[in-house]
Design a protein around this ligand. Structure first.
Ligand code: 3H9
Length: 700
């Protein structure tokens, strides 16, 4: 008898219970257990109705993703679901938590579905580069019609129990209570009323009417616009369309074929890597899970600009009170007005209510005085990048804040240890680097200083989760993980234009790889003055940073989107970059001043130089222990810079390209282009010599 799926009888109901923490995923053991328990239930002459219910925090949350890419062990899930659907005795699925993917498909193989009102259901396979492969694409449209099924399957979004009830996915919703008792009561009713099986596969009416409908082509056209590079969503549409065109058994066969195509695609491998990397990143090597976490119920934020305001919104969204500090009333008013405008626009889109807007605004209390920070549990400084100013602020915080308060800086490049040295409590000082726009971007790069305590590290990692961010713990160095790699790419992209490429060409290569925007469109968004100021500071400090054409733009006041002119020009009110002949002329002038004869540069060279320079830097970051694992770098890039998650992150992508190929090119660029950015990383050299991958470093 399986230990993870058990069978017992209560009155006239045979109960099949799954208990496989943490999320009752459909591992081989669970699938075999489900079949064995069903057979027992069929044989049990005293059981008139069967009930499928789960223990722990959730109903079945899907196939066991850890088994993907390995040979499938029988029974396959599709066969298990078919067996449930073929049962002579009606089966009731009782859902709590989330019924996802193969979990919902199993429930759809049952005859009736009841749920707690807090439950959610969904088919999120597409987010893993897949489609529902155990009948979901054939059964769901039979219940909901094709439109709702397409919406759910192509987006992977979950729906609430009430929405599922309205859509016909669930038969009954209970406000609260014990899911087992609720399921038993429903099953009892089915038994008493002598209701027989009610198989979803037999419900053909709705989809028969949809044969040949325009809706499938409409969905394809919308997907082409929204996510042209993705593979799985288009296959999802094909599979649902097949449900309207083919008899059930043949539809299942077609679904199987399309599922296999997705399973074999590199996008599936990248997305599954990204799924686990995100979860692994929250477990910091060397930091015990038992480390105490400090209570954070109030926060002070210094700076009500774009960054400070966005950070404040994150905390208010999570119900945490915020003091927002500025030096002048005018700046404070302006900052609060922007926050309100952001919330109002979210409310207009229907994503939050007007009451939510007021509640969140009420949680953000403006102040001009550091005295209000005396009792807060955490302060985040978000002023401009100037070490002198930051040290002065941290000195002041040290004097005002209570013992045990965490003092964090949102710096994107500066030395956390030097900032901490302005206080007498460096163990409480940490970096919390948010990404712009801070209320939208999911990444939170938490930066440990050399003296940051474990308790503070654990607290900022747990806070990330609480405010809906993906936290990654990184070490202290110039630019940390993300910006250190980005600046390398930026310098290389700029050099490529020095040599003869156009900014549009460089950006096109990067968007072609799947980035939402190219290097130069991004510079325009961030502000051309930001990079210029950093370069000037470094030049002042004696670093040899050669002049480039971007300096010219900054000096002429072309600061990016905010001045409607940067590397590109922008129409009034538009964020769409338009190539500008004036910039081409400035680039040409720069080349002439420097005596550069432009050459034609291939897209391949652009791709290799922009990406390999980042990979080489990433390897150095690993070598120095700034990132704990390659997967941490992947997560930083996916959630902070829009690296296409279907490529798994830059280090995962590098493994797919082949580290030996990358190292050969790096050596080639070292000889032809030169510069310390092309000095090969010792770690990369070692991995190539040993025939290993970056992924091999993830296994700790
Ligand atoms: C599928 O079903 C294919 C079928 O159509 C076809 C088959 C033929 N497998 O996220 P959390 C682990 S595709 C294995 O931190 P939460 C997770 O790694 C699947 N493990 O918790 C973590 O482990 P650890 C379709 C899984 O409460 C732990 O559980 N289903 C799986 O924030 C806790 O996870 C999905 O795509 C899994 N399926 O969120 C659902 N799921 O503690 C994916 C989770 O060692 N899962 N784990 O780090 C989720 O969306 C969320 O995990 C869930 C819980 C909402 C369930």
């Amino acid at each position: 008898m399986s230990e993870v799926v058990t069978y017992n009888r209560e009155g006239s109901v045979g109960v099949i219970t799954v208990s496989y923490p943490p999320v009752n995923a459909l591992s081989h053991e669970v699938r075999s257990g489900l079949v064995a328990a069903l057979e027992q239930g069929q044989k049990d002459s005293d059981a008139q109705v069967l009930l499928l219910v789960c223990e722990g925090r959730t109903f079945i949350a899907g196939a066991d993703i850890r088994e993907f890419g390995k040979p499938m062990q029988e029974p396959g899930l599709a066969a298990v679901v078919n067996q449930y659907e073929s049962s002579d005795k009606p089966i009731v699925a009782a859902i709590h938590g989330t019924a996802l993917g193969g979990g919902l498909e199993t429930a759809l193989g049952c005859d009736y579905r009841v749920a707690l009102s807090s439950a959610r259901v969904g088919l999120p396979e597409v987010k893993l580069g897949l489609l529902p492969g155990a009948g979901g694409t054939q059964r769901l449209p039979r219940l909901t019609g094709s439109k709702k099924a397409l919406e759910m399957i192509t987006t992977g979004e979950f729906v609430s129990a009430d929405d599922a009830l309205a859509a016909g996915i669930i038969d009954s919703v209970d406000q609260g209570g014990d899911i087992r008792a609720i399921g038993l009561a429903f099953a009892d009713r089915v038994a008493k009323e002598q209701r027989g099986p009610r198989r979803v596969r037999d419900l053909d009416d709705r989809i028969a009417a949809e044969k040949g409908s325009q809706i499938f082509d409409e969905f394809r056209a919308a997907l082409k616009k929204k996510s042209p590079n993705l593979f799985a969503p288009f296959k999802c549409v094909d599979a649902v369309e097949a449900a309207t065109q083919l008899p059930f058994e043949q539809g299942l066969k077609r679904e199987r074929e399309l599922f296999s195509e997705c399973m074999d695609s590199p996008q599936r491998a990248g997305l599954v890597h990204a799924f686990f990397a995100e979860r692994e990143a929250s477990k910091v090597p060397g930091l015990s899970r038992e480390t105490p976490v400090r209570d954070v119920s109030s926060v002070g934020i210094i700076g009500a600009g774009t960054m400070g305001g966005g950070i404040a919104m994150n905390f208010a969204n999570a119900g945490i009170a915020v003091f927002l500090l500025e030096q002048k009333q005018e700046a404070l008013d302006k900052g609060l007005a922007v926050i309100r405008r952001n919330y109002e626009s979210t409310a207009k889109k229907g994503r939050i209510s007007q009451d939510d807007v007021e509640e969140r605004m009420a949680l953000i209390r403006p102040t001009l005085s550091y005295d209000d920070f005396a009792d807060v549990d955490l302060v985040i400084e978000a002023v401009f990048e100037d070490m002198g100013v930051k040290k002065q602020i941290f000195g002041q915080l040290d004097a005002v804040c209570k013992p045990g308060a965490i003092l964090a800086s949102n710096t994107s490049t500066l030395d956390i240890d030097e900032i901490a040295s302005a206080t007498k409590r460096p163990e409480d000082v940490v970096g919390m680097h948010f990404f712009s726009p801070a209320n939208v971007m999911k990444l939170l790069e938490n930066v440990r200083g050399s003296k940051t305590s474990d308790e503070v590290k654990a607290t900022v990692m747990s806070l990330a989760k609480r405010i809906g961010k993906v936290g990654v713990m990184v070490g202290n160095c110039y630019g940390f993980v993300g910006n250190r790699m980005l600046h390398r790419r930026g310098a290389e992209a700029t050099a490529l234009v020095n040599e003869g490429a156009t900014p549009q060409q460089v950006d096109k290569v990067l968007t072609g790889l799947g980035f939402p925007m190219g290097q130069f469109a991004m510079s325009d968004l961030a502000g051309i003055d930001v990079g210029y100021r950093i370069r000037q500071e470094r030049r002042k400090a004696g670093e040899s940073i050669p002049p480039n054409w971007m300096d010219k733009l900054a000096e002429e006041g072309r600061l990016g989107q905010k001045t409607q002119a940067g590397v590109y020009k922008y129409e009034e009110g538009s964020r769409k970059p338009v190539p500008d002949p004036a910039v081409d002329a400035m680039i040409e002038e720069f080349r002439q001043e420097q005596g550069i004869a432009p050459r034609s540069i291939s897209d391949d060279e652009i791709l290799e130089r922009c990406m390999y320079v980042m990979i080489n830097e990433g390897a150095k970051i690993l070598e120095e222990g700034i990132a704990n694992r390659a997967l941490d770098i992947d997560v930083v890039w996916i959630y902070g810079y829009g690296f296409p998650s279907y490529r798994g992150g830059p280090m995962f992508w590098a493994d797919q390209v082949g580290l030996d190929k990358i190292l050969t090119s790096i050596r080639n660029f070292q000889a032809t282009v030169g510069g310390d950015q092309w000095q090969p990383s010792a770690l990369l050299e070692r991995l190539v010599k040993e025939g290993k991958s970056f992924a091999s470093l993830n296994r700790t």
